[in-house]
Design a protein. Structure first.
Lengths: 99, 442
């Protein structure tokens, strides 16, 4: 297994487990899972919190730096945001989304 | 021109057919290690569950039809290696075979749980249709089964086994079914339906060994021993990219073959398509592997057209998906709350519960729609849906909405069909968008 595969496999597993714990708690689902090994502790208590505090731009740069299909030529995403809809409905009234 | 395709699934046959559409004079050879090509493995659980009467119904075409089309399929034939410099593959029993263009469509395998007793009889990986025929008669002898991890096909197998009167225990390290893709509130009706149907679920637990004397008779788990004559392996899909790796073709972090929008790999004149590849996600850019049959088919067509000298580009994916889970349909697009949180995406969500037809019309069913939007751009970035019907159509529509950069404000003011027999006055997508708008103001 290459380094990028090792990183992807573990980061995906532990970031998902962390998210499941948070979203589960929010929905009243008890999520079990005490750390079982030193590896578990590293990914849960060092990698995940570090990933979460990284600025969004840096996180994206790091993901982009990993080898993979995302670094090849792909059609560009349509412009975002699209021109905003003129009104947002609020308490039965339409008003500009910017206000 | 000689085009060789390795793999006879949706991607492989899609590539072969599309290539011949561009260049009918091309010599087209497909190698598959299996006895058949182009059937729907996703349909296998429904034959086991007796919703479909025969495995023959799952085939897209006969062997003669492929022959007539000019596709020379070599069945039960293994491609052993690729020499990308010499444009040659080595085929078991045939020796070296030259190609001008090569398409790799080698598909996927279940992640090997690598457990003691893994070679016992009674451990079933739902994938190959000929093996499925054999397993189908075996199912008549089974009283209790364990589902080892709850991937998408495994969820369908739970329903199939329940229909066959088999007692089912699901053992999954995740906290709820399909926890890698679905949010707990969305999958909750499925959990409740399984509980009603007598399915035992062990969430947060793992299978540690299979036991028995030559044949499976029990499964050891972290929650204790479970008697079972059958174990369904439902672990995650992993790419079957060994052939590419050995040939020096670049692989990505998922283990899938790296491709560009033309499905071109790192090797000259070699294309790849389907579950052996990885494709970037349209919103996050993170490469994904293990998509659906429709993705594999579309990628195959793209690879085939480009291999034959045509021009086609495949887009990053937003992954609309939907499936039957017990009495419910469940589906989604792009992100749910769990996956968005895992990646670290900022989002605001909103949920609406609605109905699928007019409230007085027979057969009306409940439906819940959850939408996620980027608070910065107000664009839709994901959705999850559970309901009695109408999930697939909403997932398809919302995938286009995410791809096009439709905002939550567009959806909150959308028009919708009202017709008592097929649609209610209030569209749950619009109601969920209103909920997102409200939550954005908080």
């Amino acid at each position: 297994m290459s380094f990028s595969q090792w990183l992807r496999t573990n980061s995906q597993q532990y970031l998902l487990a962390d998210a499941q714990q948070r979203i589960g708690r929010k929905n009243g689902v008890t999520v079990y899972g005490k750390p079982r090994s030193l590896k578990d502790r590293f990914w849960r208590y060092i990698f995940v919190p570090t990933y979460k505090i990284l600025p969004d731009g840096l996180r994206r740069s790091l993901i982009h730096a990993m080898p993979g299909s995302h670094r090849q030529a792909w059609p560009k995403q349509s412009a975002r945001p699209r021109p905003p809809h003129p009104f947002v409905r609020s308490n039965g009234q339409d008003r500009s989304p910017k206000k | 021109m000689k085009i060789v395709v390795v793999g006879g699934g949706a991607a492989g046959l899609g590539a072969a057919g599309a290539a011949l559409g561009v260049d009918p004079s091309a010599e087209m050879v497909v190698y598959t290690q299996f006895e058949d090509v182009a059937y729907s493995p996703c349909g296998i659980p429904f034959v086991h569950g007796k919703e479909i009467e025969s495995f023959d119904r799952l085939f897209l075409a006969t062997k003669e039809q492929y022959q007539k089309q000019g596709i020379d399929v070599h069945y039960t034939t293994t491609v052993e290696s690729i020499d990308v410099k010499r444009h040659v593959i080595k085929v078991a029993g045939e020796g070296e075979v030259r190609y001008d263009k090569l398409v790799l469509a080698t598909g996927w395998n279940y992640r090997d749980p690598n457990l003691p007793g893994g070679d016992l009889k009674g451990i079933y990986r739902v994938k190959n249709i000929q093996r499925a025929r054999e397993w189908d008669s075996f199912l008549d002898t089974v009283k209790s089964a364990v589902v080892v991890e709850c991937g998408l096909i495994a969820v369908e197998m739970v329903t199939a086994l329940v229909h066959r009167g088999i007692k089912v225990t699901v053992v999954d390290p995740g906290p709820w079914p399909m926890a890698e893709v679905v949010d707990p509130d969305i999958v909750d009706p499925v959990r409740a339906g399984w509980a009603e149907a007598g399915v035992t679920t062990l969430w947060g637990e793992q299978v540690t060994a299979f036991g028995g004397d030559g044949t499976l008779s029990y499964v050891e788990t972290t929650a204790g021993r479970v008697e079972a004559q059958l174990a369904i392996i439902g672990t995650r899909k992993v790419p079957n990219s060994d052939l590419a790796r050995a040939a020096g073709i670049a692989l990505g972090g998922t283990g899938g073959i790296v491709v560009d929008a033309r499905m071109q790999t790192s090797a000259s004149d070699v294309f790849a398509a389907g579950d052996c590849t990885e494709i970037p996600h349209g919103v996050s850019g993170v490469p994904l592997q293990g998509l659906s049959g429709s993705h594999a088919y579309a990628q195959g067509k793209t690879a085939g057209i480009n291999a034959a000298g045509g021009v086609r580009e495949y887009d990053p994916v937003y992954v609309p998906w939907a499936m039957l889970a017990g009495e419910w349909m469940i589906g989604g697009v792009s992100f749910g709350e769990t996956t968005a949180s895992a990646v670290g995406m900022n989002y605001v969500s909103g949920v609406a519960k609605g109905i699928t037809r007019a409230r007085y019309y027979p057969g009306v069913k409940p439906i819940t729609v959850k939408l996620l939007a980027d608070p910065g751009t107000r664009c839709l970035i994901g959705a999850q849906i559970v309901g009695g019907e109408g999930v697939k159509e909403r997932a398809d529509f919302l995938a286009v909405a995410v791809r096009a950069g439709i905002t939550i404000d567009d959806l909150a003011t959308m028009e919708n069909v009202y017709s008592p027999a097929i649609g209610a006055l209030n569209e749950p997508i619009q109601m969920a968008a209103l909920a997102v708008q409200q939550n954005m103001r908080r």
